[in-house]
Write a protein that binds this ligand. Structure first.
Ligand code: PLP
Length: 452
């Protein structure tokens, strides 16, 4: 990390302008106090007061190769000098190349790429494609999911943010996906959870009418909702149900894709190939906004002779595509996907499990690769969660105290409800990962004070 002189006055000016004019996502504007960021590199960022933080959030789980990778920065600069923008209806070298590199890595015959500017737009378009392909209207998605904040995407989202964000969109039906630790089916084992979840999905389809269901949309591994790796056989079972009823299977890999789980796509862990797969975030580590839908040959053929009624001004933006091409090449050359698998197996997984043994506030450790959740509890026996929020929506004492302790120890934590997620850059070094674990160790002692 370069030595940067603290400059609190500059920081105060940045913050004052932010408070005056920036309207922040998901926030009560009067209750927030955003940190003024002075710079970032690799796995770290720093403020204007001389504090440096190890980023265990990868921004919003997207800087899979860390901040300011010189090859990606240079590729964006080079593209800006050559052709900064060009409209989507044209064939542009860097756009074709990004599509080719992505299609070569997606599973099965997902060989056509529709570009968007982010994850929510990818989900919107995947649903539209599924509806047009099947001629059906309903879409099934899981409670405990996050699919984005635009109209259809927020309604597909299962978490409570949906309640206030939009009115229900017609044709979205939620179901329960498996979650052994907090089983909605009261299952005793993973196998039972899997069987009951598949039966519940079948029942939901039966009651909704199989001929009315266009798509089932699932995160391969639900991320924001808690990094819940599905039990063996579940996704294969959903694939089979989709095939039986002619339903389009959409896997949302916006968060789990592009190396996060130690594979290019999380679907590879489960040997399933969806009909449509959404991606964003890690595709170019978010250096320039980009997302998209990878489309199967069969669904792509639907739009061979009939126009696809959808598009975005900045679809396949050259700067974003240049960042994707460079990011994918960096991931290949520096073996970033392998690094994510390795750090999960050798440092993060064992280290987090060791923390769970020492700290009564850790109810469960879940995850793989650079994609981990600690489910924090007040009581390990009953699995009662640590209180996440008070009535005004501010983080309540136990989770807030835990978060403050992380920051005091130089770790920027991802906190959602009663969970903390360890989701660093996929190329985090062993020493950095251990530094993060040590900071978590101290902060969990604070959480322990709130257990029974
Ligand atoms: N889908 C998943 C699985 C996500 O995790 C997210 C964002 O966190 C989205 C969709 C929405 O992506 P975006 O915020 O880029 O619209």
């Amino acid at each position: 990390t370069p030595h940067v002189e603290p400059d609190p006055r500059a920081g105060a000016a940045v913050k004052a302008a932010d408070r005056a004019h920036v309207f922040h996502s998901w926030s009560a504007q009067g209750l927030i106090d955003p940190l003024a960021v002075a710079g970032a590199e690799g796995s770290y960022f720093w403020d204007y007061d001389g504090n440096r933080y190890l980023d265990f959030t990868s921004g919003l789980v997207y800087t899979n190769i860390g901040y300011q990778h010189p090859r990606v920065v240079e590729a964006i600069q080079e593209q800006a000098g050559r052709l900064a923008t060009f409209a989507p209806a044209f064939a542009v070298d860097v756009r074709s190349e990004a599509a080719r590199l992505i299609a070569e890595r997606t599973p099965g015959d997902l060989d056509k790429i529709f570009f968007t500017n982010g994850g929510a737009e990818a989900v919107e378009n995947a649903v539209r494609m599924a509806r047009l392909h099947t001629g059906r209207a309903k879409v099934l998605s899981a409670y405990r999911s996050y699919h984005g904040a635009t109209s259809t995407a927020i309604n597909l989202t299962g978490d409570p943010r949906r309640w206030a964000s939009d009115t229900a969109s017609a044709g979205v039906v939620h179901f329960w996906a498996p979650f052994p630790y907090r089983s909605p089916f009261y299952s005793a084992t993973e196998a039972e959870e899997c069987a009951r979840a598949l039966q519940h999905l079948e029942d939901t389809i039966a009651f909704e009418g199989p001929g009315t269901v266009a798509a089932i949309v699932l995160e391969t591994i639900p991320g924001t909702a808690g990094i819940m790796t599905p039990p063996p056989g579940y996704l294969a079972g959903v694939r089979e149900i989709c095939d039986r009823y002619g339903i389009v299977f959409v896997l949302d890999e916006v968060m789990a894709g592009f190396g996060r789980t130690g594979r290019w796509f999380a679907a590879e862990h489960y040997d399933v190939v969806p009909d449509l797969m959404t991606f964003a975030k890690g595709v170019n580590s978010g250096y320039v906004p980009l997302g998209g839908v990878a489309i199967s040959a069969e669904i792509a053929a639907t739009f061979d002779k009939r126009p696809y009624p959808g598009g975005l001004t900045y679809s396949g933006h050259p700067l974003a595509c240049a960042a994707a091409v460079a990011t994918i090449r960096v991931m290949e050359d520096e073996k970033v996907v392998e690094q994510a698998a390795h750090i999960g197996e050798t440092v993060l997984g064992p280290g987090l499990r060791a923390l769970a043994e020492r700290h009564p506030s850790v109810g469960e450790v879940r995850g793989l690769g650079a994609f981990w959740a600690l489910d924090l509890v007040r009581d390990r026996e009953t699995r009662e969660p640590l209180v996440p929020y008070n009535a005004s929506g501010e983080a309540a004492a136990p989770m807030a105290a835990f978060g403050a302790a992380c920051k005091k120890n130089g770790l920027w934590p991802f906190i959602n409800m009663n969970r903390t997620h360890a989701v660093p850059a996929c190329n985090i070094t062993e020493a950095e990962a251990k530094e993060g674990l040590a900071a978590l160790d101290e902060a969990l002692s604070v959480a322990d004070e709130h257990t029974v």
